[in-house]
Design a protein around this ligand. Structure first.
Ligand SMILES: [Zn+2]
Length: 195
């Protein structure tokens, strides 16, 4: 009967391990998405503001009409501009969690092929570097804040992942597994004594 109790304990242990495995996978994935690539210097940087999306949306009016270079993750969807033939809107989101924000970028239709993934809750979108003209309140586009892209470069491919790692999500599962393990062992010990 001891072997039966042992196998029950092993089963319960396997359950605990199975519960813990997604934790390890999610953790590894989280590390992968932490890659940050520094923007390259452009040859004509004398008139180029290499800036953050956060700085643009917390607008400093002196940026109006200036050439900027921003790097961000493509999120949401690509939207064709109905009035501007051959142009598409992309949304670039800051990759810096301490300086969040997103901005609309008008790119050529051809540039859309650079985007392999659109960021969503379970996906990290392609990271693009866009050089273009910043408009605090664009006269061509109903006063929206935007960047009209001159050049677009893909910096990092997007990726799909299961879920962002959050240890708190695993706590109830771990507790249930631990309780199950204790109960399984207690049950077989009691059963063995009765027989
Ligand atoms: Zn515009």
């Amino acid at each position: 009967m001891k072997s039966r109790a042992l196998s029950a304990a092993l089963c319960a242990l396997a359950l605990v391990v199975a519960c813990a495995l997604p934790t390890a996978a999610a953790w590894a994935d989280d590390n992968d998405s932490a890659n940050v690539i520094n923007p390259l210097q452009m040859p004509d940087n004398s008139f180029l503001y290499d800036t953050s999306i956060y700085d643009l949306i917390n607008a400093d009016p002196t940026y109006e009409g200036s050439t900027v270079q921003i790097t961000g993750e493509v999120v949401g969807d690509a939207v064709h501009d109905l009035e501007d033939e051959g142009k598409t809107w992309l949304t670039l989101s800051s990759t810096d969690k301490k300086a969040p924000g997103s901005i609309s970028v008008l790119v050529d239709d051809d540039d859309v092929s650079l985007v392999d993934t659109y960021g969503a809750f379970d996906k990290t979108g392609t990271i693009l570097r866009v050089k273009g003209t910043y408009h605090l309140s664009c006269s061509e586009h109903e006063g929206t804040m935007d960047v009209h892209a001159d050049s677009v470069t893909a910096v990092t491919e997007g990726q799909t992942h299961e879920e962002e790692f959050d240890f708190d999500d695993f706590v109830p599962g771990i507790i249930v597994c631990a309780v199950g393990l204790v109960l399984a062992i207690a049950y077989y010990i009691m059963r063995e004594r009765n027989l």
